[in-house]
Design a protein. Sequence first.
Length: 328
Amino acid sequence: MNKSLRLILALMSVLVLANDMRAQDPEFTQFYANPLYLNPAFAGTNRCPRLVMNYRNQWPSLTGNFVTTSATYDQHVPTIQGGLGLIVLNDRAAQGTLNTTTVSGIYSYQQPISRKFSIKAGFQASYFQKTLDWSRLTFGDMIDPRKGFIYQTNDVQRGGQVKAIDFSAGLLGFSDKFYGGVAVHHLNEPNESLILGTSRLPMKYTVHAGAVIPIEKKSKDNDARLSPNLLYRRQGEFQQLNLGMYVSKGPLVAGVWFRGLLFGQTYRDAFIATIGIQTDIVRFGYSYDVTISELTPSTGGSHEVSLGINFECRQKKKKFRTIACPSF
């Protein structure tokens, strides 16, 4: 059996088992460049209106790559004593064979605990639609051992679309130098089965924390800082640990991350390099995931680009503490 046929049969097996599998959410490498997706409690933490756009192309060397795009908007609204946020996300797998679109609304509330420490709670309601394009699927009865896919399948189309409501929540605590938070997505574990039966989207638990350490202070626009960070995530049986460090000097930011798991079912997934530039108005970042798992080097890694725009707004006399977390 040649290599191409083995790959085809492996993909067919995945399709057969798809109804029993537990899915994972799309992932962004630049966590803090897409803060509302990381934790709904981030809504309004910038106080002024903020628009963020993200693009990720995972495993571009494979025909079954994942392309994820998102756009978010948030701001603090004094009249409701909290922040409002909006997320629009689209995830395309295998050149559009599986397409997911999600729209989320967020409300967050900030409460000062002391002069130096505040907490923020966020609540998120989402509507998603997942669609399977049956015309792009291939089945075993379509294969000729010598000529490849030349026959019409006898498989009957079943389902192909699912819509559902989803709920999530998050909590964030921060001071001038330290920050950390927890988020739980898919609290109601909605059914996302595309064919017969039930396939619940398992809850996703996220814990993230970090610090900002000044290493050189020349002026407001030319400070140098280190920012160590960690992020732990669990969804169903899947676990992941991210360890990283950012270095910033004035408007320039660079970072290095390791993604994998160092305990339990130990595995290595990727090393990540990030570079970006940030001003008071515009933020732009690029990151590349170097795959170090058994898939390397055939995947082509992962490319990710982020763009953020901060809009000016009138600042109230009442003190509002913003979070000093990394930009990417």
